[in-house]
Design a binder for this molecule. Structure first.
Ligand code: GRF
Length: 217
């Protein structure tokens, strides 16, 4: 069976990209990375991709000053030219316009470091600590024009522990992100994640779920 072609959009270190690279390298994983696209030429994730022999491209927003439509059109064309079928945002730090989101409707997912709909936006770990929640975590969701909104594909919860600071909590959440993103991509690539209005229905058994939700520390 042919594999789902991923385009991974990054802006920085690319640890979630690395998790996807590693997952795709496993025999039988139903997706492959066709392109890693960065808006920053110095993103460390580009080195990770190159090391794995994956095609890379840079479309810099700085080359399109004041012209977001042209920047996004260039990204869109680059992704299409690579045959990308599912775009995965992995630490991509530009807000995407309704036009771009519409071009990739139900073919564009994001990983966010909180249990959405709590803590949209930045600085999620400190805000979780300040709010006193006992559980924090991460979410993979389909992207809609509103920031950090859209049908939820999968979530992983991690406990907030006594003595946590934002860095310790971020490390624990990041570890769960690296398990959750490949899990969510697998569900989509196997055709088992079905968008139904505002929800995602998962068809069939999810035996691997126990290893994803509340992973051991
Ligand atoms: C992750 O925490 C992700 O949830 C958020 O941005 C961060 C990217 O980290 N969207 P990395 O570049 O994947 O290491």
């Amino acid at each position: 069976m042919s594999k789902l072609k991923l385009g991974v959009l990054i802006s920085g270190r690319g640890s979630n990209l690395q998790a996807l690279i590693d997952a795709c390298a496993a025999p039988g994983f139903p997706a492959e990375i066709a392109l890693v696209l960065s808006n920053k030429a110095d993103a460390f994730g580009l080195e990770r991709a190159a090391k794995a022999g994956i095609a890379t491209a840079v479309v810099s927003h700085r080359d399109y000053p004041g012209d977001k439509p042209a920047f996004e059109a260039a990204m869109d064309a680059t992704l299409r030219a690579s045959g990308v079928e599912l775009v995965c945002l992995a630490g991509f730090m530009r807000l995407l316009s309704p036009w771009f989101v519409g071009q990739w409707h139900n073919a564009l997912i994001n990983i966010h470091p909180s249990l959405l709909p709590s803590f949209k936006g930045l600085d999620t770990h400190q805000r979780a600590l300040d709010t006193g929640v006992r559980f924090h975590g991460c979410t993979v969701h389909y992207v809609r024009p509103e920031m950090d909104e859209g049908p939820i594909v999968a979530q992983a919860a991690v406990p907030v522990l006594p003595g946590d600071d934002a860095h310790r909590l971020a490390d624990r959440v990041l570890d769960s992100e690296h398990r959750l993103y490949p899990h969510a991509v697998r569900l989509i690539a196997e055709g088992r994640a079905r968008v139904d209005g505002d929800l995602v229905r998962i068809d069939g058994p999810v035996p691997e779920l126990a290893a994803v939700v509340n992973p051991p520390l």
